[in-house]
Design a protein around this ligand. Structure first.
Ligand SMILES: [Fe+2]
Ligand SMILES: [Fe+2]
Length: 179
């Protein structure tokens, strides 16, 4: 059962209230994903430094919502959040040579397709959610996103990955917020 808070916060009451509101939004739109066994397993897989795929995916979802609201992009937030949570649903640690990691040196190219295949097996996906997952590595994967939600997630993913990496270099700890 999923009991831990999604993201640790040590901020002001106002910021904590924003995090709470985001957690409610996650539960409402994607509780089934968050509580699923496979998504929970992504806590074991490292994305950048000591940030797990689980945490990274939630950061990307939060960042995507923030971009959508601040820039008035007009995304469907349910699909935005679900696609963002599943964008890296490849379900292995890409740093290790395990049987699941079938293209260890080309992870960047292949993992969107693997994530889509896994997500399509475990959840009912809309066309828009599929586009988010499949195109999130653009321009590495050549075909650009079709929907505004996919553009927002590919941007949020790059921004989140950059912050995770930079913060790690600076302090050795990925403890930051997008509020
Ligand atoms: Fe990715
Ligand atoms: Fe990602």
């Amino acid at each position: 059962m999923f009991t831990k808070k999604y993201v640790d916060v040590t901020e002001s009451e106002e910021v904590q209230a924003k995090h709470k509101a985001f957690e409610h939004l996650l539960e409402e739109y994607a509780g089934d994903i968050l509580h699923s066994d496979n998504f929970q397993k992504s806590k074991l897989y490292i994305q950048h430094g000591d940030v797990s795929v689980f945490t990274h995916s939630i950061y990307v979802a939060r960042c995507a919502v923030m971009i959508n609201r601040k820039l008035h992009v007009g995304c469907d937030e349910r699909e935005l959040i679900r696609g963002a949570l599943l964008h890296d649903y490849f379900l292995y640690d890409w740093h290790h040579n395990t049987p699941e990691n079938i293209h260890p040196h080309l992870h960047g190219f292949y993992h969107p397709g693997i994530a889509l295949k896994n997500a399509d097996r475990d959840f009912e996906l809309t066309l828009l959610e599929k586009d988010i997952i499949k195109k999130h590595m653009w321009p590495l994967t050549v075909v650009p996103p079709k929907y505004r939600e996919a553009w927002v997630v590919t941007t949020a993913d790059k921004y989140s990955s950059f912050l995770e990496t930079v913060k790690l270099r600076k302090s050795g700890k990925a403890d930051f917020h997008y509020a």
